[in-house]
Design a protein around this ligand. Structure first.
Ligand SMILES: CC(C)(COP(=O)(O)OP(=O)(O)OC[C@H]1O[C@@H](n2cnc3c(N)ncnc32)[C@H](O)[C@@H]1OP(=O)(O)O)[C@@H](O)C(=O)NCCC(=O)NCCS
Length: 209
């Protein structure tokens, strides 16, 4: 279905973080509220995040986008990056790597993709690329990822990207107040730089930042 919302930026205006075989990840810009709105308006995309409720445009414009834009001044890189298909520049969602809210000394990997591209391995592809950067050039010590227990697709991405099951936990009420205690059951997966380097001995441990 053709979208009336803004599509992707002109390629040469984008600040690109990295490229994979099929994706490029770029910094968000102030004019990207429409893309975030489109992504967060699909109840299936938001199923394990807000029980399917769309994110209000005011929240995107006044809270979410300013927070995302604020990340980019930091080094080594952290934040949330828009993902586009290299083939046609189509916006397909985002990936984040930022301090974990429950354990801020760890970096949390996250992803949210448009339903139209699910099942093609894109979340795994983007996650692997971010992990590679995280443990080599950026020299982060540990990357984790969390998801609610029934979000099996997300757990599968964690596994395929190379993260290992670490623990089951319950999200604190204040983090997701609309979910009851049973629903707040979740899992944490993680990977340390040490383990990443053990598996990828060719990976450089020299930080560029
Ligand atoms: C989670 C998400 C990013 C996965 O994106 P994706 O590009 O489809 O992921 P991939 O194709 O790389 O891998 C998905 C894997 O999950 C599997 N999967 C999908 N739905 C599943 C389900 N209901 N039960 C079990 N496995 C499932 C797929 O079969 C695939 O595994 P496989 O390659 O072994 O067959 C996407 O579904 C999404 O954006 N969901 C909404 C937002 C969200 O929940 N984000 C995570 C919050 S923690």
């Amino acid at each position: 279905m053709a979208s009336l919302l803004p599509q992707m930026p002109h390629r040469c205006e984008a600040v690109i973080l990295l490229r994979t075989e099929r994706l490029y990840l770029r910094q968000f810009r102030a004019q990207d509220a429409g893309l975030l709105l489109e992504l967060d308006s699909d109840p299936e995309v938001m199923r394990f995040i807000t029980k399917g409720q769309p994110t209000p445009i005011l929240q995107i414009e006044q809270e979410i986008l300013p927070r995302l834009l604020g990340y980019y001044a930091q080094s080594p890189p952290r934040g949330c990056w828009a993902a586009h298909l290299r083939a046609n520049d189509e916006f397909v969602g985002w990936f984040h790597l930022r301090p974990d809210k429950l354990q801020p000394d760890e970096m949390e990997l996250g992803y949210r993709l448009m339903r139209a591209v699910w099942g093609e391995g894109l979340a795994t592809e983007g996650s692997r690329a971010l992990l590679q950067r995280a443990f080599t050039e950026w020299a982060y010590a540990k990357v984790s990822a969390r998801t609610l227990l029934p979000n099996l697709a997300s757990q599968r991405v964690m596994q395929k990207a190379g993260l290992q099951f670490e623990s089951r936990f319950v999200y604190p009420t204040e983090m997701i107040p609309e979910w009851n205690e049973t629903e707040r059951q979740a899992v944490k997966y993680s990977l340390t730089r040490e383990e990443y380097q053990r598996r990828n001995p060719e990976a450089s441990s020299e930080a560029q930042f």
